[in-house]
Design a protein around this ligand. Structure first.
Ligand SMILES: Cc1cc2nc3c(=O)[nH]c(=O)nc-3n(C[C@H](O)[C@H](O)[C@H](O)COP(=O)(O)OP(=O)(O)OC[C@H]3O[C@@H](n4cnc5c(N)ncnc54)[C@H](O)[C@@H]3O)c2cc1C
Length: 290
């Protein structure tokens, strides 16, 4: 295979670049390690629509994303922020009447951020997008080599993936130790966070005068927000769980169990025991486990 630009990574950055190259007539091939595109953008699919498991918010004034949504025919809506928020202190005492929702003013994408990734993919030539195609080596002579041995010759290679993950690739000639260390030292935003999503029949907290915002000094979720779709459908709450970015296999399931216990009997479904989220009432996703 031969191309002008080989893009490594099919998350938001890689897909946005692919779109730009496609629009300007530059030949490219995009390689994504996972079996799906979107990277950190992911969704829990429910019968009433998608709930974000990865990013949710953007803010007024962020013109690039606003322009992009318009171009792709997507719409936004305001994060639900009406009502009281709760705060649980370290002794377990719950304080009411704090009166503000911390994400007030932020915007969400109708149908979930997954629609952005889906729209990118739908608008790009399928024969240039390769999933389950992990790049193992970047060779100055032969181009990009996939883990399955396939080679793509390209004068330009773009790493559209977190720098510390890029540091794990084999470079020929090899990176200098200081270059490798520099890549490894760049933190990945949200790498230490996972989202726990609880899907409900109705946004019952809204009827009780609550915004869905809660913070806790005890955990396991330090911060909870309304994650419902437009007009409250699907109805959902999500909480951030702090996880070590390189948590050992199985720790997701363990934390999932403690979270499930903590959110109590309001929710349907047994949940999903993996880090990837599931189609039942509870979804769970780690921040950055490429
Ligand atoms: C839980 C969570 C909540 C977040 N909330 C927000 C928010 O509200 N607002 C906001 O603006 N941002 C938020 N973010 C951050 C946002 O998701 C990221 O900044 C953004 O999605 C990064 O996109 P990316 O394309 O740069 O990287 P990624 O999405 O990480 O994409 C990199 C891709 O490269 C692939 N890859 C890795 N190694 C290889 C390889 N060897 N070969 C081929 N492919 C490879 C990966 O599988 C992945 O698909 C959140 C992130 C998380 C995890």
């Amino acid at each position: 295979m031969k191309t002008q630009v080989a893009i490594i990574g099919g998350g938001l950055a890689g897909l946005a670049l692919a779109r730009r190259l496609d629009q300007t007539g530059v030949d490219f091939q995009l390689f994504e390690a996972r079996s799906r595109f979107g990277g950190r953008i992911a969704a829990l699919q429910t019968p009433n629509g998608a709930v974000d498991l990865g990013p949710s918010w953007f803010w007024p004034g962020q013109q690039s994303i606003a322009t992009l949504l318009k171009a792709l025919g997507l719409t936004d809506f305001a994060q639900y922020a009406t009502g009281d928020q709760w705060y649980e202190d370290e002794t377990g005492r719950v304080h009411h009447g704090l009166g503000f929702a911390s994400m007030e003013g932020s915007l969400r994408i109708a149908g979930g951020v997954i629609r952005l990734a889906d729209a990118f993919v739908a608008g790009l030539p399928a024969d240039r997008l390769h999933n389950s195609a992990r790049v193992a080596t970047i060779d100055e002579q032969s181009g990009v080599q996939l883990a399955n041995g396939q080679i793509c010759t390209a004068p330009h290679v773009v790493l559209a993936l977190p720098p510390r993950i890029a540091a794990g690739l084999t470079f020929l000639p090899a990176l200098r130790p200081d270059q490798k260390h520099s890549l490894e030292a760049i933190p990945t935003w949200m790498a230490g966070h996972a989202k726990f999503v609880a899907v409900c029949d109705t946004p019952f907290w809204r009827d009780a005068g609550l915004s869905g915002d809660a913070t806790s000094r005890r955990g396991p979720m330090a911060e909870i927000h309304d994650a419902s779709g437009t007009n409250g459908t699907p109805a959902a709450l999500f909480g951030f769980l702090g996880l070590p970015p390189r948590a050992p296999q199985g720790s997701c399931a363990r934390d999932h169990d403690s979270s499930t216990g903590a959110v109590g009997p309001h929710f349907r479904g047994e949940g999903d025991d993996t880090c990837a989220g599931g189609a039942s009432g509870l979804g769970f996703r780690a921040g950055n486990r490429n």
